[in-house]
Write a protein that binds this ligand. Structure first.
Ligand code: GUN
Length: 287
């Protein structure tokens, strides 16, 4: 085990602390409290846990938390009407609709109904376009958290070979865009990539976001590389439930220069960045 273990949990706690300080200053100086509305449709157990954690950490940062829980069979028009009310509500600076949505809903239409200035997930097509053209955008929380950890671990990222495994709109694509904006040489790999192992071995920065437990093997990692594991997979092992990443941690830690653990790596950064984005949205809304 040679790699430095990247302490995402500690880093996220620092980000949340700085957000809380800024929120306190905003309240004291201007009487403004940033507000985050989270909308959950249906009863997906994992989503319920995420939404609860978001509410707790939002309040801990001194922000207002508005939770809206709708039944799974809610008509899409009703969800759109709620989003319109939140768009118009001056106490709400950030809106997050938890994904995935029930099958009868058109997730793109729902996301694009959010006021882009309140789109703290950075999923609205306007924010995707702003990020893609290097303009000031709301940046998706998980890739933003990964970038913060990478900058902290490596400093300047320019010229490094980055391989992002996974092409989702939530993580893979925005992660690749952020790394490109940092002047990395970026490749996005996916389920149809040929010689994935060989490609991964070329990476100075390897980001795994595929949702498949321990898919990335230790011998796919370039010696000294920085490995960011976005996966959170629940598996049954030796009679108990464990959380594991998309990377074979034991194998990769023997080769990499630095690696994020699961849990305690990327996971805590997502909510920390959500709070940071909500603060940013609030500051922009108030000039
Ligand atoms: N579901 C899984 N990750 C996310 C996320 O970052 N934002 C939202 N809205 N839903 C998710």
């Amino acid at each position: 085990m040679g790699a430095r273990i990247i302490d995402g949990k500690g880093f996220a706690s620092g980000v949340r602390g700085r957000v809380a300080e800024a929120v306190a200053r905003l309240k004291a100086a201007h009487g403004i409290t940033p507000g985050l509305a989270v909308v959950l449709v249906g009863e997906d157990p994992a989503s319920q846990v995420y939404v609860r954690n978001k509410g707790v950490q939002t309040r801990e940062a001194g922000m207002a938390s508005f939770e809206h829980k709708l039944p799974a069979e809610t008509p899409q028009a009703e969800l759109l009407a709620l989003i319109a009310r939140l768009n118009a509500d001056p106490a709400v600076h950030g809106i997050l609709v938890q994904l995935p949505l029930p099958g009868h809903m058109d997730a793109e239409a729902v996301i694009n109904a959010i006021d882009p200035r309140k789109d703290v997930d950075g999923f609205h097509v306007l924010n995707v376009g702003l990020l893609g053209t290097g303009q000031k955008a709301m940046v998706p929380c998980t890739p933003l958290g990964c970038l913060m950890l990478l900058r902290d671990a490596l400093g300047d990222l320019a010229g490094l070979n980055a391989v992002v495994v996974g092409r989702s709109n939530i993580v893979g694509k925005p992660m690749a865009q952020l790394l490109l904006n940092e002047s990395c040489t970026v490749t996005i790999a996916h389920s149809r990539t040929r010689d994935l192992a060989g490609l991964c071995r070329s990476a100075d920065i390897l980001v795994a976001a595929v949702g498949r437990p321990r898919m990335i093997r230790g011998d796919w990692v370039k010696p000294g590389a920085t490995v960011i594991d976005v996966g959170i997979n629940r598996i049954e092992e030796e009679g108990r439930t464990r959380l594991v990443g998309d990377v074979d941690f034991e194998g990769a830690a023997g080769v990499a220069g630095a690696i994020t653990p699961v849990p305690g790596g990327v996971g805590p950064m997502t909510i920390a960045c959500l709070l940071a984005n909500t603060l940013t949205a609030c500051c922009r809304a108030n000039g």
